[in-house]
Design a protein around this ligand. Structure first.
Ligand SMILES: Cc1cc2nc3c(=O)[nH]c(=O)nc-3n(C[C@H](O)[C@H](O)[C@H](O)COP(=O)(O)OP(=O)(O)OC[C@H]3O[C@@H](n4cnc5c(N)ncnc54)[C@H](O)[C@@H]3O)c2cc1C
Length: 464
């Protein structure tokens, strides 16, 4: 991946994508597979928005079943299968255990997971043996206590299988690399200041290079906004009406301690349903929702109530994920993405979850093709393998690859989104390897000193 904004501005593209999270990267890849000349710009770093802050659960769609939304359930299952098929290096099957406090609740949970399996008999089609989802199981109280040491007094529990995007940020990078191999271009640290609107038609965007300060006009026959909560201010800055999406802050705690259970474990507290999920030797706990400024300390108290067996302590919290998701409350989150076209030449994609980013991208590119009167080639993104970007185990090699091949520009880009997953506060070795690679690429030591402070800010408040 080569960052070259002047080259992106040198010609008119079929499509310009704004935003380099899961949604934008999936749209760029889908467009490139359709044979479109596509480009993408991202204001900060790729996968640094909601996509970095997510709980990393690739949902099989049980939430849809609660709403009797069978189409939604099957779409999530198909996308989970597609991710396991196309990026087995980034996604792994993960068991989810929900203990039940009564026999009635156990029967209810068991009926739900079994119904989901019955409605998705093809959930394992085409998967490698290592990725095949075992059948859901009902556990007795002793088996639950064995799986979750310290948890007593349950009526049993159910275990079903979903998946976890262990390397979510490298998965986004992999989509961009795949798109690049088919001729698409992209640049990070390049914010769209305004859309270019002529005679009521969007024709491209004015982009400021955050690294050099230059401003470029990138012309395109269609623009897709995949900027999450950044879409509304951008529409306003362009004199266009914003589609009113209600935004909530969504928060996870990232613990640098493995709590023990091999499965994710669910529990209710304070009207919320929370999960602990083992991740890269640490643990994710999520997700809490609220207006901006969710109190991480209060959330930890809630998590203590939900998971008394875990002995949670503020010192376990390495950092806090905070991102924006569309919804009115934790109980009324959007369950499906929305695609709107507020004016000619413009499509606004608002995601509800990263799990279905590929399906949302396919619908978006269909809309772009229809609006521009093109047909596009056959696309096989659900089966086409994504380039394997497993993090190299050697830190020095990984940091060099990040800067030379994966467009990392800053210390945070390297440390948080190019090296292996980060369940703990970044250690000195990681930072040193990243700094050496950036210095070798021409960064100054003053710049790196300033970015060291930014790194802690990017992680949010630690617990203690
Ligand atoms: C705490 C939390 C937990 C979650 N857990 C899960 C989960 O377990 N499973 C799941 O499937 N989903 C989960 N989600 C939802 C999921 O993360 C999001 O739906 C998904 O990542 C959205 O991707 P996106 O690309 O649309 O948005 P983002 O990842 O936010 O990307 C949008 C990008 O647009 C860029 N941008 C904004 N304005 C501009 C501009 N003017 N110019 C250029 N670029 C711009 C931003 O910098 C950003 O990088 C969770 C979300 C959060 C916050």
């Amino acid at each position: 991946m080569k960052r070259d904004l002047a080259a992106l501005a040198a010609r008119e593209h079929d499509l310009l994508v704004v935003g380099g999270g899961f949604s934008g990267a999936a749209v760029l890849r889908e467009a490139a597979c359709a044979g479109l000349d596509a480009a993408l710009v991202e204001a900060r770093d790729f996968a640094s928005g909601a996509s970095w802050h997510s709980l990393r659960t690739v949902h099989g769609g049980l939430r849809h079943l609660q709403r009797a939304d069978v189409a939604g359930l099957r779409e999530s299952m198909r996308e989970r299968r597609a991710l396991l098929r196309t990026a087995p290096w980034a996604v792994r099957p993960l068991g989810f255990l929900v203990p039940a406090e009564s026999v009635g609740r156990l029967a209810f949970l068991a009926a739900g997971v079994k119904a989901a399996e019955w409605l998705c008999p093809d959930r394992n089609a085409g998967l490698a043996a290592a990725d095949v989802m075992p059948a859901a199981r009902v556990l007795g109280p002793a088996a639950v206590a064995h799986e979750v040491p310290g948890l007593r007094g349950t009526a049993g529990g159910v275990v079903w299988w979903d998946a976890q995007a262990v390397h979510a940020e490298r998965l986004v990078l992999s989509m961009l690399v795949d798109a690049g191999e088919q001729g698409a271009g992209c640049a990070n640290h390049a914010a769209v200041e305004a859309l270019l609107v002529r005679d009521g038609v969007v024709r491209g965007a004015r982009v400021r290079d955050a690294r050099g300060g230059d401003v470029f006009e990138i012309a395109a026959r269609a623009v897709v906004l995949a900027a999450n909560e950044g879409a509304a201010p951008l529409l306003a800055a362009s004199g266009l009406a914003a589609a009113p999406a209600p935004w909530l802050e969504a928060v996870n705690l990232v613990l640098d301690r493995d709590l023990g259970p091999a499965h994710a474990v669910g529990a209710r507290a304070g009207g919320r349903f929370l999960f602990t999920a083992p991740w890269a030797g640490g643990t994710l706990i999520g997700t809490e929702y609220g207006p901006a400024g969710v109190d991480a300390g209060a959330f930890l108290e809630l998590a203590r109530e939900a998971f008394p067996w875990a002995g949670l302590d503020a010192r376990d919290v390495a950092y806090v994920h905070r991102g924006r998701v569309p919804g009115v409350s934790g109980a009324r989150l959007w369950t499906h993405h929305r695609l709107e076209s507020p004016c000619r030449g413009l499509h606004v994609l608002t995601a509800a979850k990263f799990t279905t980013a590929r399906a949302a991208a396919a619908q978006t590119v269909d809309a772009v093709l229809a609006a521009t009167g093109r047909t596009g080639g056959a696309r096989d993104t659900a089966a086409r393998p994504l380039p394997d970007l497993s993090p190299p185990p050697d830190l020095t090699a990984a940091a060099r690859q990040a800067v030379e091949g994966l467009m990392a520009q800053t210390l945070a880009d390297v440390v948080l989104r190019r090296l292996s997953a980060v369940p703990r506060r970044p250690d000195a070795a990681r930072i040193a390897a990243a700094e050496a690679a950036l210095l070798a690429a021409g960064a100054s030591s003053q710049q790196l000193a300033a970015e060291r402070a930014g790194l802690q800010q990017a992680l949010g408040e630690p617990g203690g």
